[in-house]
Design a protein around this ligand. Structure first.
Ligand code: GNR
Ligand code: NI
Length: 169
């Protein structure tokens, strides 16, 4: 197992569209293990393979306080979605930025688990938000893309400023 480096906005590699996984083999399971380790270390509640520069449709999530409810979705597809909700989101690839985003309130998602078995999951609340946020990563999209142009500009300036200060010290 290994902690992998997380790409940071505005890295262009975050815009790569991920390819479906065709066989869930040992190499995929090893990547999934690394993704959990990277997510727990960050710490975060979700991680998409895109964020560790692997462009395959794989996401990991754990919303539990004890970090003992790992959820792995390979080739996730949203089958149904209904309702609208607003949540304040953050992203490990956009550190220190928290903004409100509108998402579907309830979703039904179909995916493969780490053994390659198909399953269907109904989700609402933070789990639904997190799954939509991670699937966005797999398409090369980021939560900041939903913000107004003015807010996007402020996000860019804040990140540039943080980076300048990090280089000086
Ligand atoms: O750790 C994370 N927290 C979070 C909070 C609200 C909505 C979405 C998220 S996902 C984020 C981890 C991450 O960047 N996943 O891609
Ligand atoms: Ni994210």
């Amino acid at each position: 197992m290994a902690i992998r480096d997380i790409l940071h906005y505005p890295d262009k590699r975050l815009r790569t569209v991920a390819e479906p996984v065709d066989v869930v083999d040992e190499s995929i399971r090893s990547l999934v293990d690394d993704m959990f380790e990277t997510m727990y270390a960050a710490p975060g509640i979700g991680l998409a393979a895109t964020q560790v520069d692997v462009h395959k449709r794989i996401i990991v999530i754990d919303l539990s306080a004890e970090k003992n409810q790992p959820l792995c979705l390979i080739n996730p597809e949203i089958r149904k979605s209904e309702g609208v909700e607003q949540t304040e989101e953050g992203c490990l690839s956009v550190p220190d930025i928290f903004e409100t985003v509108e998402r579907a309130e309830r979703i039904e998602v179909k995916a493969l688990d780490r053994n390659g078995e198909e399953f269907t999951l109904e989700a609402d609340g933070l789990l639904a938000v997190c799954i939509q946020h991670e699937i966005d990563h797999l398409q090369g999209n980021l939560f900041v893309d939903y913000l107004s142009p003015l807010k996007q500009m402020r996000v860019k300036k804040k990140i540039q400023k943080a980076r300048r200060q990090a280089t000086i010290i």
